[in-house]
Design a protein around this ligand. Structure first.
Ligand code: URA
Length: 187
């Protein structure tokens, strides 16, 4: 069994917060464990909870298009969330739930050891980059997360609600592609 699969089996037993009691399925993460780029969302929604996979609802369909824009697809990236269990009624995960789930994400990132982390939306950015992170002002900027290049873009659900944010996100996606190519040519 791979290290990530072993971690998932351990995560299935987790009772670190109350979300374990109300979820249908654990949504651990999917994709390529060798990928240089990891996308981190907020937490599972209804469809994700039912299917046990991140970003399979409407926001997920848009995420697939966003990946395609920069020549990627789910087989080339790894996708996971700040919290692995669905918050009831899709509310924001509470800070203590994010904290309780953090060791799982930290270990996932240690195992995958990506070159780039992309936060999808405010919750991921405030959890990973800076509690004071302002997505409207700071999306597309680069930060260092323990030496890993980290950026945040608008959450696909936000882009569904407000298509006016899409042109800025297009620019951010192109910058992520540029960084990925620059890092690949460094090796
Ligand atoms: N939104 C998220 O942040 N994560 C998912 O997995 C699905 C929707």
């Amino acid at each position: 069994m791979s290290e990530l699969e072993t971690l998932k089996q351990q995560c299935l037993q987790c009772q670190n917060c109350g979300l374990a009691a109300t979820r249908t399925n654990l949504v651990f993460g999917v994709g390529n464990p060798e990928s240089p780029i990891v996308f981190v969302g907020e937490g599972p929604g209804e469809q994700e909870d039912l299917q046990g996979e991140p970003f399979v609802g409407r926001a997920g369909q848009l995420l697939d298009i966003m990946l395609e824009i920069i020549g990627l697809d789910r087989s080339r990236v790894y996708i996971c969330n700040i919290v692995k269990c669905r918050p009831p009624k899709n509310r924001d995960p509470h800070p203590e739930e994010r904290d309780a789930c953090r060791p799982w994400l930290n270990r996932q990132l240690e195992i995958i050891s990506p070159k780039i982390i992309v936060c999808l939306g405010r919750i991921a950015a405030t959890s990973l980059i800076d509690p004071e992170f302002r997505i409207t002002r700071q999306h597309g900027q680069w930060f260092s997360l323990d030496g890993i290049s980290c950026t945040a873009i608008y959450h696909p659900a936000a882009l569904l609600r407000d298509p006016g944010k899409r042109p800025e996100t297009f620019v951010d996606l192109k910058e992520i592609r540029r960084k990925l190519d620059a890092m690949a040519s460094e090796n």
